[in-house]
Design a protein around this ligand. Structure first.
Ligand SMILES: Cc1ncc(COP(=O)(O)O)c(C=O)c1O
Length: 403
């Protein structure tokens, strides 16, 4: 380990956010772009979880620490909800309250991964998981998983090709961010069979489980036989209830290892602020009608993207994104060219390589970050830029001219 001014290898391995190049362009624009690059929502949270409604529930003299595991009633409420989703034998001891989903993942990775360990990362993936594994000295191994899911390939056979004696865990997001795919119950079972056969830990990032649209069914990995002991299920009120700013997430898992994760968390954060936990509790207790309404709004947005965005992508079966393959349109140019051109049109979307090394031709579009009419305007602009790109590719002298 280098002394001053050296930095740890884990910390140095973290790269600047992919949005930095795009964000640096914002100040050259006449007005801020339509933000379809964000993984967020324009919706306000359920009424009961809003600041003015939660404030009266705060004890007047609450300035001190609270239970580092999380409020008992909040953990009990999460356990109860999980029981309704096919988890068995859960109580508050199976739940730990964290500072958002990111912190839940970080603590889980810190519990299971040590230097040199490999973690299978089902790609495309939520970008920050890679840096978390690297920070611990672990090695993220990208598996081209979701393209295989869409093709209906044998997932156990695919995953087995990437296993080595150093593999300790598998990370999977379902519903997927960025591609919107939801694993079928049979595919979840294939993942469970593989994880058990290879004796691995499983990190099931099910942040978007409330947002699954007609025709798809979400099954929790931990709810399958033999999986509850070895799986960390990650939840976040950021996605479930539009509460990203209050920073509350949950790890649901077995106390046999979760108690160690609690110690990791206590050493880093100690406790999530009580006010934040009360927003989460109110959302869980009273947010069901809001979720149903939001799901319908997101489903309509997903459908609009599917019908009107003139690019190659699979339908969003869940979550808030589509992941388009512009390979044919780009004619060998980097996707960043389309992104920058689109930015000048007034729309910002995300570059695909943030979500996996082999997705350099892809772009992610978030359809939950703006209201429907703004989304339609953005799609119009996205199509116009894309058509220009196609026309340029057909010009004599371009690599694709004859194709
Ligand atoms: C799949 C997935 N997991 C985890 C997170 C992190 O959640 P949070 O914002 O609560 O930290 C996100 C955030 O975008 C996400 O998309």
């Amino acid at each position: 380990m280098p002394a001053y001014p050296g930095l740890s290898a884990g910390a140095s391995s973290l790269r600047p956010s992919v949005f930095t190049t795009l964000a640096s362009q914002f100040k050259t624009l006449p007005q801020p772009p339509i933000p379809l690059h964000l993984g967020d929502t324009y919706r306000l949270p359920p009424e009961a979880a809003r600041i003015d409604r939660v404030l009266p529930r705060m004890p007047k003299d609450q300035y001190g620490y609270v239970n580092p595991n999380g409020l008992d009633e909040l953990r009990a409420a999460v356990a109860q909800r999980c029981a309704g989703e096919g988890f068995t034998g859960l109580d508050a001891n199976h739940v730990h309250v964290t500072a958002g989903g990111s912190n839940a993942l970080y603590v889980t990775v810190a519990t299971w991964v040590q230097p040199g360990d490999e973690v299978l990362v089902c790609a495309p993936y939520w970008p920050m998981i890679k840096g978390m594994i690297q920070t611990m000295g672990g090695v993220p191994i990208e598996v081209p998983f979701y393209p295989a899911v869409r093709r209906g390939d044998d997932l156990g056979e695919l995953l087995s090709r990437y296993v080595t004696p150093r593999t300790v865990a598998l990370y999977v997001t379902n519903p997927n961010n960025p591609c919107g795919t939801v694993l079928t119950p049979g595919q979840v079972q294939e993942v469970a069979n593989f994880v058990q056969a290879k004796n691995l830990w499983a990190i099931a990032d099910e942040a978007y489980h409330h947002y699954v649209y007609e025709g798809s069914k979400h099954v929790f990995l931990a709810s399958l036989p033999g999986m509850s002991e070895r799986t960390a299920t990650i939840f976040t009120v950021s996605k479930s209830y539009a509460l990203a700013g209050t920073r509350v997430g949950f790890i649901v898992g077995s106390p046999t290892w979760l108690d160690t994760s609690r110690r990791m968390f206590t050493h880093a954060v100690y406790n999530v602020p009580m006010f934040s936990q009360l927003t989460a509790l109110a959302a869980i207790e009273q947010g069901e009608p809001w979720i149903a309404e939001t799901r319908a709004i997101y489903a309509k947005a997903a459908d609009t993207v599917l019908r009107t965005f003139d690019a190659e992508f699979g339908p969003a079966q869940g979550g808030g994104y589509v992941f388009a393959d512009l390979g044919k349109d780009l004619a060998g140019k980097p996707a960043m060219e389309y992104l920058l051109e689109l930015l000048r049109e007034g729309v910002c979307i995300s570059p695909g390589d943030a979500f996996g090394a082999e997705f350099t031709n892809h772009v992610r579009v978030c359809f939950t970050s703006v209201p429907h009419d703004t989304l339609e305007i953005a799609i119009g602009k996205m199509n116009r830029s894309l058509h220009r790109l196609r026309q340029a590719a057909r010009q004599p002298g371009s690599a694709n001219a004859a194709a």
